[in-house]
Design a protein around this ligand. Structure first.
Ligand code: PRT
Ligand code: ZN
Length: 218
């Protein structure tokens, strides 16, 4: 690994702009260009690795990056479904959302008590299975890669477990949330590996600046 601190950041999507804005507010100078995977920070020994959010926990775990910025929902799912050496160093206060159980407004499932023996569609099988285990509920998980909100209407499942922010998507599909199983926001994550003294100093400095930026925005 190089002597530059490498930060894995989402290239494009709901986390990307706020991640870039936060790093810029911390004084990092960089520009993001079309297809490139790496952005070099001009005024500090830092590189940004620009990737899909789903890859960020494993890149941090596998030493492809020293730290990363990712939603807690993605981190926790990866922790529960794989062997991951990555955990939250700091919560960042943006990209807030909730992982919720939801079902058709006039259907048979109205609360978690009605889930036994039913099917739940989700892109978060790890977090959903943990919830069911903790509650002692036996239900079948139907794993989907996207468009989970359509599952009840196409007859694939009686309920869903999906991310919600405004709730507009649920409403547009005639679904109502009945339980939140995870609250999420963007987080700075790192592995348990020891960093070189130079990188450790730089990371300390960056985290102090992030704290300052978050406080001044409050
Ligand atoms: O391409 P890449 O794999 O990097 O991105 P992605 O498409 O997997 O993720 P992206 O960019 O959509 O989301 C990145 C992260 O943003 C998520 O992992 C969450 O941590 C966070 N986030 C915050 C959200 C939402 N809010 C959100 N609303 N992620 C997804 N949604 C979905 C939600 O599931 C619903 O389908 O957006 C839709 C609209 O939500 P409502 O409730 O406002 O209608
Ligand atoms: Zn993704």
């Amino acid at each position: 690994m190089s002597d530059r601190l490498r930060i894995a950041v989402q290239k494009k999507g709901r986390l990307a702009d706020d991640s870039f804005a936060l790093l810029k507010a911390c004084g990092l100078r960089f520009s993001i260009r079309g297809g490139s995977l790496l952005a070099r920070v001009k005024n500090m020994p830092i590189d940004l690795l620009l990737v899909r959010d789903d890859d960020i926990p494993s890149f941090v775990s596998n030493d492809a990056a020293d730290i990363g910025i990712v939603g807690e929902n993605v981190l926790v799912e990866e922790q529960l479904t794989g062997e991951l050496d990555a955990d939250i160093a700091m919560r960042l206060g943006f990209s807030r959302c909730k992982l919720c159980l939801a079902a058709p407004e006039r259907g048979a499932v109205k609360s978690s008590d009605d889930l036994a023996g039913t099917r739940i569609a989700t892109t978060y099988p790890g977090v959903t299975a943990r919830f069911l285990r903790e509650r002692g509920i036996e239900a079948k998980l139907v794993e989907m890669k996207g468009a989970v909100e359509l599952a009840p209407s196409i007859g694939v499942a009686e309920s869903i477990c999906d991310l919600v922010s405004s709730g507009a998507t649920l409403e547009a599909n005639g679904l109502a949330a009945f339980e939140t199983i995870l609250n999420s926001e963007a987080a700075l994550i790192r592995s348990s590996r020891t960093l070189s003294p130079e990188k450790a100093d730089l990371l300390d400095k960056l985290m102090r600046r992030i704290e300052g930026v978050i406080k001044s925005a409050e």
